[in-house]
Design a protein around this ligand. Sequence first.
Ligand code: AMP
Length: 208
Amino acid sequence: MAMKLVLIGPPGSGKGTQASRLRERFGIPHLSSGDILRAQVAEGTEFGKKIKQYMDRGEIGPAELITEVILDHLGRTCPDGFILDGFPRTLYQAEKLSESHAINATILIDVPEKEIISRISGRLSCRKCNSIYHSTNKPPRQENVCDACGGPLFHRQDDNEETILNRMRVYNKETRPVVDFYRKAGQLHAVNGARDADSIFADIITLL
Ligand code: AMP
């Protein structure tokens, strides 16, 4: 299925989890801007060095440069269909994306702020395949080992309470206008993200 989807939601709303389920179900590539940026930081590229400080603080960073890197990645790896997670995060990014791609649907996964901190502070991510776990809600079968690929799990450096609060502030200020942008374009579908991953996924499938 060739489809261009955007997933939007506050940090910890389950965008990554839902995007990887959608990828499994429909075979559409999943592109997480955070994963792409973390890979650059881990490789120690010039770009990675430039953005690390922003990521550690939960900030947006150099908007034009990041937009260029993500759109370039999109054009090279999945020009015909994708599930975007974490991008666009600002109005500028949404406008740039719309210049090169016609989006079929945008899904807003809404979660109340009070739920976010407990979700994120228990989050574990796989270093190899980026699968996501939670220490109590979705623990891996073997401690610190990814069920899917056997890779090592890690706790993201920016998944601490202070940075999470900043990421929520940035979301409210910078990303809420993106939600309005897609709402005005008649492309926004909202799902209640304050439930288990299976129910949210079922809602998304119904929408699509
Ligand atoms: P995420 O994995 O989506 O939570 O992103 C982690 C961090 O990467 C964010 O707090 C930002 O610092 C940075 N980041 C991810 N996506 C973007 C983007 N589209 N624009 C700017 N910064 C981003």
